[in-house]
Design a protein around this ligand. Structure first.
Ligand code: HEC
Length: 100
């Protein structure tokens, strides 16, 4: 009886540690520019809204969209807008945020 209680506690602790580690990994999945763009563009909608269009918009079109998003009162500065546009129109860079 005592043994099975200890076993249960051990299983519980292992599961908690595993869950904690998995959560931490997910949080750290985005780094650098991808994390920066996500932080600016997921305030009001999911990143899918952005990623769903990366194959359709070129840099000029992204510039228009990002400017429009910035005008919604988000205070995304002009230099930030440029970084976001560069990131979203680069197929290599954006895979960190929008995997194919
Ligand atoms: C202040 C809230 C807000 C923020 C921040 C925001 N968006 Fe949006 N976005 C919206 C709303 C609301 C819509 C739907 C209505 C519309 O299209 O204006 C939308 C729609 C979109 C669309 C689909 C419509 C289109 O024009 O293609 C894209 C793409 C998009 N957002 C990209 C972005 C990107 C990229 C960023 C980061 C630079 C961003 N959004 C940040 C509010 C926001």
């Amino acid at each position: 009886m005592k043994k099975s209680v200890l076993m249960l506690i051990a299983v519980f602790i292992t599961a908690s540690v595993m869950m904690f580690t998995a959560g931490a990994e997910e949080k750290n999945a985005l780094t650098g520019k991808a994390a920066f763009v996500a932080s600016k563009c997921t305030v009001c909608h999911k990143i899918e809204r952005v990623c769903g269009q990366v194959d359709e918009k070129n840099a000029d079109q992204w510039a228009v969209t990002v400017k429009r998003m910035a005008s919604k009162g988000t205070g995304i500065s002009e230099p930030d807008q440029k970084q976001i546009v560069d990131f979203l129109s680069s197929p290599v860079e954006r895979t960190a945020l929008c995997p194919d």
